[in-house]
Design a protein around this ligand. Sequence first.
Ligand code: UTP
Length: 227
Amino acid sequence: METVVVSIGGSVLVPDDHDNTYIIKLAKMLKDVSEKVRLFVVAGGGRIARYYIKLGRDMGADESYLDDVGIEVSRLNARMLIVALGDAAYHIPAKTFDEALSASKGHKIVLMGGTHPGHTTDAVSAMLGERAGAVRLVNATSVDGVYTSDPNKDPGAKKLDKLNFKELLSICLVVGGGAGPNVVFDPLGAKIVARSKIETRVVHGRDLAELKKALLGLEFKGTVISE
Ligand code: UTP
């Protein structure tokens, strides 16, 4: 069986837009897909993480502490998907890659959130992809692909169907170290998929038909990043 890692942003899982209906449908689709591929899912923190991070920052918490807050929230979001997946999923978000790999031996879908301060769950999904020998990494996000500039701000932004790893790295480095909603992939995640040449697919996570195609390695509407 091929191994696939999917990173689902918090902005896709819990934007407060019919989240329960979406998560239930997502879980059903992931169960179908897991009949065909070994599946790992990494959940992001989204607006709830940003809320707590801002609250803590306003009260003077240091940045590493706030990263830990973001990690805790991403694990809570992973738990919501575990609820919907039921017996098909390992019962808790794995805290380490070793735990995730051991858990997947039971043929369950394994969920993770964040791991360590200093990066985002994009980097976690890339590292998990390396460790698990994934053939592809799917980044399910709140935009339908990689654009030449921010499509929300620039009406002339063009969607790119394909990118190579060098181009991905140059985009991520131009943006700089700070992660945010319009950054395609965090720089560490980009470095890791590039060094291990893991095909990376960017797709709108709320479009379940396209997400399913992206997971199964079929043609889909989005951006493919490869060699
Ligand atoms: P996310 O991965 O959700 O980051 O982690 P993001 O890109 O800001 O969110 P999306 O893509 O819009 O949903 C949330 C925060 O948790 C901390 C970081 O502070 C990150 O910004 N975090 C997460 C870590 O420090 N380490 C991790 O491994 C994961």
